[in-house]
Design a protein around this ligand. Structure first.
Ligand code: ZN
Length: 190
């Protein structure tokens, strides 16, 4: 897939919004991502995850794993494309863990995936879970890296889309300066 095709899917489904957003943090931004909007369409999810899977083909991946919630569908579809198992981690009392009798065998080659990374914090925790069980993490695959390339996980990382999302304080916001009204992401106006 070309970058243009990928951007088109994110835009057409409403997963990538451009505008003037008022974030929960109080900051303003020019872009907003809601990956669930693309993941609600199985045929797009399948295409995107197939593309991501291709980038790790031939590396002997035995298992794909992602953090709940966003990583579950991505893990499942990437695993389907690679013909391997799909697992997910989830938080228990705030700590990322592997539950539900899921297992990782020492030496097992594992690909870690996620829908969107901002700081890479959740992905780093999944990597630690896998390594603590003796698994060998071969790389990280994400649909969207919106960290501006700042999330360095120390592993080969593939992102279908790398974007810079600018954030501003209301005082310094160029969109405010232009008198453009803000919208709160997730509200019906968006
Ligand atoms: Zn603003």
């Amino acid at each position: 897939m070309t970058r243009e095709e990928i951007v088109d899917i994110f835009t057409a489904t409403g997963a990538m919004l451009t505008g003037h957003f008022r974030l929960t943090s109080g900051k303003h931004s020019n872009r907003y991502f809601q990956c669930a909007q693309v993941l609600q369409h199985p045929r797009y999810t399948e295409r995107l995850c197939h593309e991501l899977a291709q980038r790790f083909a031939g590396q002997g991946v035995q298992t794909v794993i992602g953090p709940a919630m966003g990583g579950i569908l991505v893990s499942y579809e990437v695993a389907r494309a690679l013909g391997v198992r799909s697992l997910f981690t989830e938080r228990e009392n705030g700590k990322m863990t592997l539950r539900r009798n899921f297992t990782i065998t020492p030496g097992e080659k594992v690909l870690v995936v996620e829908d969107v990374i901002t700081t890479g914090g959740s992905v780093a925790e999944v990597i630690e879970v896998v390594r603590n069980l003796g698994g060998q993490v071969v790389g990280v695959g994400v649909l969207v890296d919106r960290s501006n390339g700042q999330a360095n996980l120390g592993l080969p990382t593939e992102a279908l889309l790398t974007v810079s999302v600018e954030t501003f304080t209301p005082e310094d916001c160029p969109l405010c300066a232009q008198g453009i009204p803000t919208v709160k992401p997730g509200s019906r106006q968006v």
